[in-house]
Design a protein around this ligand. Structure first.
Ligand code: TRP
Length: 336
């Protein structure tokens, strides 16, 4: 047993909500990094549909988007044979674990979550209990797989901190049950910003479509959105916080090309924004074209997608069940 543990890979868990179409922010900031982790780690990549319904979703669209996100995972290079790809609602232990963790989480902690505060302003008509409880479901996602590492963006750090607090609290109230997960900070991979307000993170939930580029945007739309991206009047391609729009475009280009920001700056010495933007647009079009083709192909093959998410759920629930059984036993529930 000990020997087995010694050679076991570290576990990674991450997820994306199927609550809107994915952007190049998801792709360049998350998915491309996930691909790099698949050989070194045991990865669980989930489509968190139960998180998505904390905000109103049209059932037909939710169904379509869930499959599309799965197709995008695969098209981006996440190999279903090497990783566990699955849909959150197919593994009921997520909800079960969340309930058990709920009883070990305080109202005060959840009230302090900035995402909850932001979303309750945004969705004032629908501040449902799920929206409040969102971080506990996320903690359950992570803890039931005994994840070592969680790749998340800056906006999810607070949720991960809370996950660690809940895990430590449970471990000391009962006995060691959970691994206390660490955030995984990617060495490369940029945080892609909003094209219209480049000091904000690019988000699929923005009201202005010009502020993001969707994974499935056609080439002419991509070119147009990049040409309209907000820049500045300085006129020099420089990598500085004083030029957040240009900085963001440099990040996009260097992430796609696998180069450094300095190299991009050098390449564009003495060259104007128009040409620079044109090149950025072209680079995105070229990068996305094969992925888009693959997504279309996969979405048309429902049988294949079904085989992937079914096998994924089976593998995931086997692992998740072990932890949830442990939790129940420690809490004092009678074992079945
Ligand atoms: N809350 C995350 C986001 O919006 C999505 C998510 C749900 C997640 N459960 C997770 C991310 C577990 C990492 C681990 O980005």
């Amino acid at each position: 047993m000990e020997k087995e543990n010694a050679i076991q890979k570290k576990v990674i868990f991450s997820g994306i909500q199927p609550s809107g179409q994915l952007t190049i922010g998801n792709y360049l900031g998350a998915l491309k990094n996930w691909v790099k982790l698949q050989d070194e780690y045991e990865c669980f990549y989930c489509i968190v549909d139960m998180h998505a319904i904390t905000v109103k979703q049209e059932p037909k669209e939710l169904r379509q988007r869930t499959l599309e996100v799965l197709a995008i995972y695969i098209a981006a290079g996440i190999d279903p044979e090497k990783n566990t790809l699955f849909i959150q609602s197919h593994v009921p232990q997520h909800a079960e674990g969340a309930w058990l963790l709920n009883c070990n989480t305080y109202m005060g902690e959840l009230s302090r979550m900035t995402q909850f505060k932001d979303k309750s302003q945004r969705y004032g008509q629908n501040i449902n209990v799920g929206l409040f409880d969102y971080p506990v479901l996320m903690a359950s996602d992570i803890l039931i797989y005994q994840a070592d590492l969680v790749p998340v963006g800056h906006d999810q750090k607070q949720h991960l901190e809370l996950t660690r607090d809940i895990a430590e609290r449970f471990n000391s109230a009962y006995s060691p049950t959970f691994k206390v997960p660490d955030p995984y900070i990617a060495k490369v991979g940029a945080k892609i910003m909003d094209l219209q307000e480049p000091t904000k993170k690019m988000s699929k939930s923005s009201d202005n479509p010009n502020s993001y580029i969707l994974m499935m945007d056609p080439p002419e739309v991509i070119r147009k959105k990049i040409s309209r991206a907000v820049t500045d009047s300085i006129g020099v391609v420089n990598y500085t916080d004083d030029q957040p729009g240009i900085k963001n475009l440099i990040d996009i280009l260097s992430t796609i090309k696998g180069t450094t920001s300095e190299e991009v700056v050098k390449t564009y010495e003495g060259i104007g924004y128009a040409q620079f933007k044109k090149d950025v647009g072209e680079a995105i079009v070229e990068e996305l074209a094969p992925v888009q083709d693959k997504v279309k192909e996969l979405v048309a093959d429902k049988k294949y997608l079904e085989s992937v998410y079914k096998a994924g759920a089976e593998k995931a629930s086997y692992i998740a069940n072990k932890t949830v059984r442990k939790m129940k036993k420690k809490i004092g529930f009678i074992q079945q």
